[in-house]
Write a protein that binds this ligand. Structure first.
Ligand code: ADP
Ligand code: MG
Length: 323
């Protein structure tokens, strides 16, 4: 009879690959790494639960990608350069085919972003898959883009396009009618988000505050406004809608653009004097960067439509504990 793989077989086979010189990776009680003098460590962790953050039948390779991508996105929003990551895995059983694909997706992104896996924990869960990834990065302490450092009269910018991940998620969940052709085009936005790490690094000397949009543009922007003690006015017509979505009904689009989560684009504020430098960063990195409004002395968040009218009943973003 073939022996059942153990926890240590699993780790050794799928989650132990060489790490860069000067680091100690998995296999000891702790991993070790250093940061250059004068830099600070940025660290963040995210949990992903089966049925809550991902569908049970999601492609494991995409899931491996996304588990790391959402964490790299937090580093990006802080202007941090990735150093390494830890992976906590709770699995209901050992499905080697699934684990191999998951590890492939995870490592592909880790290699692309120079963020080696340097340790983790693996355990059997009672039910469902739980993933916990922790990332470490390094920042120049003078150039971190914190939520509390927006200033009044800053321009507010968003990277990339809005709406695709939200619409894809709602189609897959059966909340809106599925359009298979459209889903084929926009599904990547939900399942294979590209963390904006290079953008975060390039912006950090220019931008005042930044956040990655995981829970919806308005909600995440509100975090910046609250922490910075200012308000904002957003122009709805300026919002960069994903081009594949243009034929969808306007109310659905408005909801997806203003409140759609799982986006992992950067929303940031910067002084008007940095406008040209920021446009140039977008050109060099080939990432659309769009000014969508301004921060204001008056607190509160207003969205103005094409006719200059303030929208009432703004859609709310995602909140795990909202009933
Ligand atoms: P400990 O008992 O000290 O917590 P473990 O037996 O849990 O150590 O893990 C053994 C080694 O394997 C550790 O170095 C740990 O970082 C690494 N490891 C465990 N699970 C994972 C994983 N999912 N991915 C990467 N490394 C892992
Ligand atoms: Mg352990």
């Amino acid at each position: 009879m073939k022996a059942q793989a153990t926890e240590f077989d699993l780790i050794g086979r799928y989650f132990k690959r060489p790490v860069p010189q000067g680091m100690l990776g998995g296999g000891d009680d702790c991993a070790l790494f250093s940061v250059p003098p004068g830099r600070q460590v940025a660290t963040s962790t995210d949990l992903l639960l089966e049925g809550r953050h991902f569908f049970s039948d999601v492609d494991p390779r995409s899931l491996g990608h996304k588990a790391l991508a959402v964490n790299l996105s937090d580093l990006a929003a802080m202007g941090a350069k990735p150093i390494g990551c830890l992976l906590g895995l709770g699995l209901p059983g050992i499905d080697t085919d699934w684990i191999e694909k998951f590890a492939d997706g995870f490592y592909a992104l880790a290699n692309e972003y120079d963020c080696p896996l340097i340790g983790g924990d693996t355990t059997r869960s009672l039910q469902g898959i739980t993933l916990s990834v922790t990332v470490f990065g390094s920042v120049d302490p003078l150039h971190t883009m914190q939520r509390s450092t927006a200033r009044i009269e800053d321009e507010i910018w968003i990277s990339g396009h809005l709406g695709a991940a939200d619409i894809a998620c709602r189609m897959l969940a059966g909340e809106i009618p599925s359009d298979p052709e459209l889903l084929k085009i926009i599904r990547y936005a939900l399942e294979l988000p590209k963390p904006r790490v290079a953008l975060g690094l390039a912006l950090s000397p220019h931008a005042h505050a930044a956040i990655d949009v995981s829970d919806g543009l308005l909600q995440d922007l509100s975090h910046i406004l609250q922490a910075s003690g200012c308000g904002a006015q957003i122009n709805e017509t300026a919002l960069p809608i994903h081009p594949a979505l243009l034929s969808l009904p306007a109310p659905l689009l408005r909801q997806a653009m203003l409140a759609g989560g799982d986006l992992y684009e950067l929303c940031f504020t910067a002084p008007v004097s940095a406008h040209a430098a920021i446009q140039n960063i977008g050109r060099v990195l080939n990432i659309p960067l769009t000014p969508i409004g301004k921060t204001t002395l008056h607190t509160g968040l207003q969205v103005v439509d094409h006719a200059g009218h303030m929208l009432t009943d703004l859609p709310a973003g995602f909140d795990h504990f909202r009933t």
